[in-house]
Every structure is written in C-alpha cells, then in structure tokens.
Design a protein around this ligand. Structure first.
Ligand SMILES: NC(=O)c1ccc[n+]([C@@H]2O[C@H](COP(=O)([O-])OP(=O)(O)OC[C@H]3O[C@@H](n4cnc5c(N)ncnc54)[C@H](O)[C@@H]3O)[C@@H](O)[C@H]2O)c1
Length: 269
C-alpha cells in the first residue's frame, strides 16, 4: 500500500538516516532545536535563516559534532528567494522534509496600550503577515513542487496556540497570521495527500526563545505566564524536539492535516 511503512523496529520508526531536511528560521530557538534533533536522528540538514551572522555561528558550532550540516541565508518573506534556494537544494538531492518554522512576533497583546486594536500599525501588520503567512506559503509551495514527482515528503509548519483561540498576550497580526497558517496547513494537507506528502503543524505555547527580543526568557515573563499554564512553567526549546522528530519520521506515517499543541496544557483550559 502506497505510503504505509513496512513494519519497523521501534528505533527505526524515528531514524532519519539518509534523509535530507531543510529548516527555516534555524539560527535560533525552536528552529535550531529542531535542526539539532534531525541531525541527531541521522538526517542531513540545511539550516536556513535571514540572520546570516547568527546562522553561521550556529552552523560552525554544529559542524564540530555533525558532518551533515549545511547553511543557506534565506529570507522567507521573499518568495523568489525561497524558490531559488529550494530549487538549488533539490538540485543537490531529494528533499524529504521541510520545517517552515521562521516567524516573528507582532509585539505585545491588548493587555498593554500599544497592543490594542486602535494601535495596530498597518506597516507592522503587513510585515508580520508577509513573514508568518506568506513566508510559510512560499516555503510550502516550493517544497511541494519538488516532493510531488517523488510521491513523498513531509512539511511541518511552526504555528502557535495563538492561532487556535484568542491570546491576550500576543499582537493582532501574530494571532491572525497563525490562525491563517493553520488553515493553510489543512488545505495543503488535503491537496497533497494523494501525493503522499504529509503536512502538519506544531502549535507551541510559550517557549523561552529569542522571539520578541527574548521577552519570554525574562524571569518576570516566566512568572506572569505561569498562571496561564497548567504545567506551571515556560518550555525550553529542546522540549520541541520529540514532536518535531515524530512528525519528520516514519513514526507519523498516518498523520496529516493535524495542528498539534505543545503547550503545557494551556489550550486545554
Ligand atoms: N517561542 C514561543 O513561545 C513560540 C510560541 C508559538 C510559536 N512560536 C513560533 O516558533 C517559530 C520560531 O520562533 P522562536 O520562538 O524560535 O523565535 P526565535 O526568534 O528564537 O527564532 C526565529 C528565527 O527566525 C528567523 N527569522 C525571522 N524572520 C525571518 C525571515 N523573514 N526569514 C527567515 N528567517 C527569519 C530569526 O532570525 C530567528 O533566527 C516562529 O514561527 C514562532 O512564531 C514560538
């Protein structure tokens, strides 16, 4: 049966040896943690980011322990640039898995004055949508184009629980972009299912990363967020790795169109 994995041993279910992956927004935070998990599982990984300096620093560090690391400076808000790079990666060999992870904050939510509806800045709104929504579309489109002829592939989008319901701590453009991304994922999952291309989203709650100037890394943020999170704490970036590996590996062969929260229970309230 096409798409069904033959019975694999438990370690083989999570083994990515021989696979090639691309991660966008991989110079920091969740993207970097995802790239490290894929490398540890045996994949060859292309880390990409718009921040060339940070990307190079992380890739040089990873090269000390992993041979199969490459880097590409890609700004996902530029669709032509995304096409060009993904075409070039595909020309070097098949792309098995793509994490459309790059994203940006839209600042604080409506609990503070600058985050209120009347203060939404049109230019900032456009920029957030360009990166968080149009950037994901560009990455998805270019990846699918190369995966379709092979009749296989995995595309995993980093969304947010802020796309599943209202989120008082996040800016308007952010919640709107992530909600749109969730339906983009569902729509693409249905179109691409006949091609055995699986499209899923990870929907994180608060993780201590560099997003929004590293605000979530501050002790006062951790303290403030604690009351919203049943597990009572903000997550560390490495805690994304298990879910990322599941979605990239043979273990998730029957999953597509899923938006999976990883949020310490926050969205269950
Ligand atoms: N940290 C959280 O609490 C949280 C929660 C929910 C969702 N997310 C999502 O996780 C993803 C990763 O964010 P993070 O928390 O690791 O933040 P981060 O700031 O640590 O990492 C984001 C990376 O994306 C890169 N980037 C930004 N704009 C880009 C662009 N136009 N093109 C290419 N790269 C770009 C940045 O340079 C950075 O290296 C984002 O999509 C974010 O919305 C994060």
């Amino acid at each position: 049966m096409r798409g069904a994995e033959t019975r694999a041993s438990l370690p083989a279910l999570f083994d990515l040896t021989g696979q090639r992956a691309l991660v966008t927004g991989a110079a920091s935070g969740l993207g970097l943690a995802i790239a490290e998990a894929l490398l540890d599982a045996g994949a060859e990984v292309v880390l990409s980011d718009s921040n060339a300096q940070a990307l190079d620093a992380e890739v040089q560090r990873l090269r000390q322990t992993h041979a199969q690391v490459q880097q590409r400076v890609i700004d996902v808000s530029d669709g032509a640039e995304v096409d060009r790079h993904i075409d070039a990666i595909a020309a070097e060999g098949p792309i098995d898995c793509v994490f459309a992870n790059a994203g940006m904050s839209a600042g604080r939510g409506f609990l503070v004055e600058p985050g209120r509806l009347e203060n939404v800045d049109p230019a900032a709104w456009e920029r957030v949508l360009q990166v968080n929504l149009t950037g994901v579309l560009a990455t998805l489109r270019a990846s699918a184009r190369h995966m379709k002829p092979r009749q296989q592939g995995r595309i995993i989008v980093t969304s947010s629980i802020a796309g599943m319901r209202s989120e008082a701590n996040s800016g308007y453009a952010y919640v709107a972009s992530k909600a749109a991304v969730n339906n983009l994922v569902r729509q693409a999952a249905i179109e691409l299912a006949p091609f055995n291309i699986l499209v899923n989203a990870i929907a994180p709650g608060p993780f201590a990363t560099g997003i929004n100037g590293g605000r979530l890394r501050l002790p006062e943020s951790a303290e403030r967020m604690r009351i919203y999170i049943p597990l009572g704490r903000i997550a560390e970036p490495r805690e994304i790795q298990g879910l990322a590996l599941l979605l990239a590996s043979p273990a998730s062969s029957y999953m597509t169109g899923a938006i999976i929260p990883i949020d310490g229970g926050a969205s269950a309230r």
